[in-house]
Every structure is written in structure tokens, then in C-alpha cells.
Write a protein that binds this ligand. Structure first.
Ligand code: ASP
Ligand code: MG
Length: 469
């Protein structure tokens, strides 16, 4: 059986022209595959609005969350009104929209009345899940209008997760069982299911979400659980790019990549794919294709086991804004590495990525890079904790935190292909490097530079990609 999982991102479901592209893609692929399984993201920006509504509700701002619910209602209803739907489909959809948003308002109301100091992630998840539920229903309805059998399915019915709300991890055995029960019979009856991305539920049935951008991850989980041949991610961009085109106008689409390369690209800042989606696909050897919903005639980027090039080369460069913590005392910082490691581990735990730790051989300089997205609170916590620990050990290093940029060059075998490494180092000549490190997967080389040097570093490294992409 040849199954294909296709995920449609937020930009591809938000307007009538985008949806008409989606429908023609589905109709076309429906003829070519035994079974299609579709995954829908919320319309662009909807999850952000829902999250804002949750915070407003927690602050007992009744007017605030109601305003957001009203805006979301207008946006979805007016979209439905513009779609070529029968009266029956259109009224059913409008009723669904009203019901889901009413439920959301009720959840917000209950939250506002509890007067708690913090927003419970469980409640936040249930509010945030509405966006995908709305989008999946709209797509399924359009498909029915085009004579396909289609049903919207809530991820809560098939994706079983742990109870880490906001960033839940799928429980694969349980999920597979639910899929066998609830999804496979539909496929066998010729139905095209439209599954909500991003959301799942605990064994006990509490709604969870699997991290921002998680619809990609849903697509991966569905693919490995239904033995799909391929996963296609449809978005508004041409594929994985050799750099962010806003930073490097010469950036090009990368035709082929390995799982390693794309996982690193996602980790080091390309926001196109959810970083955790790659591992399951790699494990099951399922190719992933990233394509532009507005240009279906293009191939996009194909990510597969044989995607590494025969001659190693740099495929992409990324930049991330980070905060560097610098120990600026020269001399012997005995134990500093260990102390810093412990401190980071204790204070940040597994929640903030320490993307890079770099140390000079004399231990006179030590620097960590933490993405700015962890927030200034975490950075202050780490800094204070380092001071305390170092005082205890009679070490008087002074720690400074300041913005830095982390630039990463990505290409399989960057660590073993000596000419590749030499080219990178040569391209960086004359720049003031604060740190340099190779990734464990053997396909990344990252340098830490001053923020002012971001552009020039990116440009120089990107030049290395151009000849071979
Ligand atoms: N709608 C969710 C988000 O904005 C999930 C997704 O788009 O993949 O994070
Ligand atoms: Mg996304």
C-alpha cells in the first residue's frame, strides 16, 4: 500500500486562493496514491492569538479574550463565506466555528474566574487546540465539496502523549493502537482524513500540544504509524534554503539533503521545520519533501538517507541571536567548567538549550551561548547561580552576559573532509571569533561572533555554498 502524508502549513490554509491550491494538490495526489492522510495547521497567526487570549483570561481580562474570540470568529466565518461550498456544508462549518469558539470562551471564562497567578499549561493547551480544529474542518469540508470522502479528525483521538503540557512527547505504542482503531478503518473505506496537527491528548484524555510548529511533528508520527511512503510538507516557501533570504538575497533552494543536515538546519534556526520531526523519519527511512503550495510544479527539497552529496560541501548557513556568558578573568579558572556545567544543568535544566559551550585551552575564557528566546529571566538566573557557585569555590571570576551571534555552516562530513574545513576557516580569516565548535553529528561547524559581524560572517560562509548547491 502506498500511503502519503501531506501537511499543510498555516499560510496555505488561510485564504481562498491558498485553499484552492490545497484542493487541487489533494485531488491530483489522490489519483496517484492508495491512501492520503492530511495534516492541518491552524490559520497563520491563530495559535498566537489563542495563546494571547489564554494570558488575558488568566489576568481576568474578560473583554480581552472575548475580543480575540470575536476576531477569530470573523476571520474564519468570512473565509468560509468566500469558499465555493454548498449551503449545507457552509452552514455546518459555521455552526462548528461557533461551537468551538464558544467552548474556547467558556474555558477562558472559567480560567478568569479561578484567579490563579500563573497560566496552567493544561488550560492553555485546551485553548490553543482550537486553531487546528477549525482549520481541519474547513479543509475536510472543501474536499467533500469536491467529491472526495473526507473527515476532520481531532488529534486528541489518535495522538496519545505524555502529560508535559505545551511540549508533550508522543507515546508511540498507544498512538499506533489508536491509529489502528480510528484511522486505518477510514483509510480502508477510501476516506481522506484531515487530522489536526499540533494537538494530542494524554491517556486520560486531557488535551496536550506538542510544541510550537508541532504540526510537522504530527505528520511524522502519522507517517511512521501508517507505514507511509513519504511525507510532504507544503508551505509558502520553495523548500529548504541555503540561507534565510532576508539575510542573504542570493540564497537558493537546496534540492537534496540528508536527515542529519536538515535536523541541524532546523536546530540552528531555520524555522521551516519542527526540529523533532526528523528523528522518527530517519529511523524509519521515510523521505520528507518540503514544497511550495503556490508552485506545486517545483520539486522543492527532498530529504532522504541518500541525500548527502558524494562530494561533501556546505549546503546552508544559519544565524541565531544568542546571549554569551563570558568569564572574563584570566588566570586559572579551576573547576570553572565543571561548576558552569552543573549550574547550567541545575538552573536551566532541560528547558533552555545551551547551544554552544566553548572554552579556551588555558581555561581563561569560557563562553556559553543560550538563545535569546529563553528570556532574560533565565539568563539572570544563570548569571546569579554562577556567581554563587564560584564564590563557594573561592573563585572570583566575573561573568558578563552580552548578545552574540551564532553562525553555523551545515554540510555532511564537514568534520572529516579536510578541504571543507579548511575552506570554512579560510573564509573566516580576519574576523574576530569568540568561539568555534563542531557539532556531534559531524555536519555542523558553528562560530560565535560579535553581533556586528553577523552579516559579513554569513555572507562569507554562504559564498562557499554557491558553487555547489
Ligand atoms: N499552529 C501551531 C503553531 O502555530 C502548530 C503549527 O503551526 O505547526 O505553533
Ligand atoms: Mg511550521
Amino acid at each position: 500500500m502506498a500511503n502519503l502524508v501531506m501537511k499543510f502549513g498555516g499560510t496555505s490554509v488561510g485564504t481562498p486562493p491558498a485553499l484552492s491550491q490545497v484542493i487541487s494538490i489533494v485531488l491530483h495526489e489522490h489519483k496517484r496514491w492508495d491512501h492520503l492522510i492530511l495534516v492541518a495547521s491552524a490559520l497563520d497567526g491563530v495559535t498566537d492569538s489563542l495563546l494571547e487570549a489564554a494570558y488575558l483570561a488568566q489576568a481576568a481580562n474578560h473583554r480581552g479574550y472575548r475580543r480575540i474570540a470575536a476576531t477569530l470568529r470573523t476571520r474564519h466565518i468570512s473565509l468560509v463565506e468566500q469558499l465555493p461550498l454548498s449551503q449545507a456544508e457552509s452552514s455546518a462549518l459555521q455552526a462548528d466555528i461557533d461551537r468551538l469558539l464558544l467552548e474556547m470562551i467558556e474555558t477562558c471564562q472559567a480560567l478568569a474566574n479561578t484567579q490563579s497567578d500563573t497560566l496552567s499549561p493544561a488550560v492553555s493547551d485546551s485553548i490553543c487546540s482550537v486553531g487546528e480544529r477549525l482549520a481541519a474542518r474547513i479543509i475536510a469540508s472543501l474536499l467533500r465539496q469536491n467529491d472526495l470522502l473526507s473527515v476532520a479528525i481531532d488529534g486528541t483521538d489518535i495522538l496519545v502523549t505524555d502529560d508535559v503540557h505545551g511540549n508533550a512527547a508522543p507515546l508511540l505504542a498507544e498512538t499506533r493502537q489508536r491509529i489502528q482503531q480510528n484511522l486505518i478503518p477510514m483509510l480502508n473505506r477510501g476516506i481522506v482524513p484531515v487530522v489536526t496537527g499540533y494537538i494530542g491528548a494524554t491517556v486520560k484524555g486531557a488535551t496536550t500540544t506538542i510544541g510550537r510548529g508541532g504540526s510537522d511533528y504530527t505528520a511524522s508520527i502519522l507517517a511512521i504509524s501508517t507505514a507511509a511512503q513519504e511525507v510532504w510538507i507544503w508551505s509558502g516557501v520553495d523548500g529548504m534554503m541555503s540561507a534565510d533570504p532576508r539575510e542573504i538575497p542570493e540564497a537558493q533552494v537546496i534540492a537534496e539533503m540528508s536527515y542529519n543536515e536538515v535536523a541541524e538546519l532546523a536546530y540552528f534556526g531555520a524555522r521551516i521545520l519542527h526540529a523533532r520531526m526528523i528523528a522518527p523519519l530517519r529511523e524509519h527511512n521515510i523521505p520528507l519533501v518540503v514544497r511550495n503550495v503556490y508552485k506545486p510544479q517545483r520539486n522543492g527539497t527532498r530529504i532522504h538517507a541518500a541525500g548527502a552529496s558524494s562530494t561533501p560541501h556546505i549546503k546552508a548557513v544559519t544565524s541565531i541571536q544568542g546571549i554569551g556568558l563570558f568569564a572574563d578573568r584570566s588566570g586559572s579558572l579551576t573547576h570553572v567548567t565543571q561548576i558552569a556545567d552543573e549550574t547550567l544543568f541545575e538552573t536551566v535544566g532541560t528547558h533552555a538549550d545551551v547551544m554552544i559551550a566553548s572554552q579556551s585551552s588555558s581555561r581563561s575564557f569560557l563562553c556559553f551561548v543560550i538563545p535569546t528566546s529563553v528570556g532574560s529571566d533565565s539568563i539572570d538566573t544563570i548569571r546569579t547561580a554562577l556567581h554563587v557557585k564560584l564564590k563557594q569555590s573561592n573563585d572570583t571570576a566575573i561573568w558578563q552576559a552580552r548578545p552574540v551571534s551564532l553562525i553555523t555552516a551545515i554540510g555532511d562530513q564537514i568534520n572529516t573532509a579536510t578541504s571543507l574545513m579548511a575552506n570554512v576557516i579560510h573564509a573566516l580569516s580576519g574576523l574576530h571569533l569568540l568561539g568555534i565548535t563542531l557539532g556531534p553529528s559531524g555536519c555542523t561547524l558553528s562560530v560565535i561572533v560579535e553581533v556586528d559581524d553577523t552579516e559579513v560572517t554569513l555572507q562569507r560562509l554562504h559564498r562557499l555554498t554557491l558553487t555547489t548547491v
